[in-house]
Design a protein. Structure first.
Length: 428
């Protein structure tokens, strides 16, 4: 079977190349000449078609292609060739032929536009104006992989259906609790919390709006959690807590860890003395010796390069090509307190705090040469963007692709902090 690629165009007067494939055995509609095929299957009048849609702001819009076949010996025309027949808030008409010659085929191209957070499943009745109009029912589902969640103090939560371009849902828990972590695992959003009574809970959601809570009863206090190796890894006061297909599994083990950091394919831990350890898949750990000996504040990885912030009496920027053996960069941050490192796939950013307590952001393309680019509170990176909070005038969330040019995405309530980012991830 020979297949040609369809080049769709926003100008309906320009006819793109059509698919060439096996013709359907029979007509699909009461019009004896017409067959309509979607994804290789004949569609009949009144059928329901279900498929995944796109959240707002998706960089590659989702298109729907219908192949149209004229089985007859006369031209198949449409009752209305104007472009306004598609009266839909969800769909845009990209290509629509004026007619189909006998024994030939053409196609119809629709595009799903930006959909909001009001629902995960959208329905649309599509009436195609053939000489005898055809009705098709469309069910468009927005998967959780299209959503971004931001978590803050007291379970303050923001949800975006647009990869951070805007945030349409805000939620504040009625009971004060601390967010221990926000993750996306096995097509579910997962958040770990501990409330003011010390009760720890694991909550799951497919959409970020409705959560199912499970109290974690037999585990000592959870200290920190990270997603690594496609599962949740937490350290507790007396061991590790892992997510499995059957739920959470507690593994007792003696350690002195306080923090975890998932970097590249490695999992790091720092202990009560701020020493750095590497933890493998089997949860065995190895101390990483850094000469001179220093504490590790943060670690980041991109493209076979690791950067870390180290501290003894002074602050240092360290680099490594394997995440185990480290070198000190010959670069002076003056007396700035280095806080964290981020990378968005193109640039490195370091957040520092100057002696006057002002936050500063330094940028580097290579991870070696740095320049001061802004004075913001850097939070994280997600989906190729850096995110930061600007508290001048009023608190607001900003994002940037390069660390120098920032755009406003959301005005934050007073006295609310943003601590965690999570983006629904496409399955590999």
């Amino acid at each position: 079977m020979l297949v040609f690629i369809v080049l769709s165009c926003s100008d309906p007067d320009v006819e793109p190349t059509v698919f060439t494939e096996d013709w359907p055995d029979s007509v699909s509609f009461s019009d004896s000449q017409l067959s309509l095929v979607f994804e290789g299957k004949p569609i009949f009048d009144g059928d329901t078609i279900s498929f995944n849609g796109n959240a707002a702001g998706r960089r590659t819009p989702k298109q729907i292609h219908f192949n149209l076949y004229n089985h007859g010996n006369t031209e198949l025309s449409f009752s209305n060739t104007a472009l306004d027949w598609l009266n839909s808030d969800m769909l845009d008409l990209m290509y629509f032929p004026n007619s189909i010659a006998p024994q030939t085929q053409d196609h119809l191209v629709l595009e799903i536009n930006s959909l909001n957070l009001s629902s995960q499943i959208y329905t649309e009745n599509l009436n195609i104006p053939f000489s005898e109009p055809v009705e098709i029912n469309l069910n468009i589902t927005i998967p959780p992989t299209e959503r971004m969640l931001l978590g803050g103090d007291d379970q303050y939560l923001l949800i975006s259906n647009s990869y951070g371009a805007d945030f349409e849902h805000e939620e504040v828990s009625s009971k004060s609790s601390e967010l221990l972590g926000l993750f996306f695992i096995d097509n579910m959003f997962v958040r770990l919390t501990i409330d003011e009574d010390g009760i720890q809970s694991l909550e799951k959601s497919s959409n970020g709006l409705t959560w199912i809570s499970e109290i974690i009863e037999t585990v000592s206090t959870i200290l920190d959690c990270q997603k690594q190796w496609d599962r949740l890894v937490c350290i507790t006061e007396d061991g590790f807590l892992l997510s499995t297909s059957e739920g959470l599994s507690h593994i007792p083990q003696q350690h002195s860890f306080l923090n975890l950091d998932a970097v590249g394919n490695k999992l790091y831990a720092t202990d009560t003395l701020d020493s750095l350890f590497n933890i493998d898949h089997e949860l065995t750990f190895q101390a990483i010796e850094i000469n001179p000996s220093m504490n590790i504040i943060d670690v980041e990885y991109f493209n076979e390069k690791w950067l870390a912030i180290g501290e003894d009496d002074d602050l240092y920027l360290l680099d490594s090509d394997n995440g185990i053996d480290w070198n000190i960069q010959n670069w002076n941050f003056d007396n700035d307190a280095l806080l964290q490192i981020q990378h968005n796939g193109e640039n490195w950013l370091i957040q520092a705090q100057a002696s006057n307590a002002q936050s500063q952001i330094f940028m580097s393309y290579s991870g070696n040469n740095w320049e001061l680019v802004s004075s913001l509170n850097l939070i994280s990176q997600c989906d190729g963007h850096f995110y930061a909070v600007d508290e001048s005038e009023y608190p607001k969330l900003l994002r940037s692709t390069n660390g120098t040019d920032w755009e406003l995405v959301h005005i934050l309530p007073q006295n609310r902090s943003i601590q965690s980012f999570v983006l629904g991830e496409e399955a590999p």
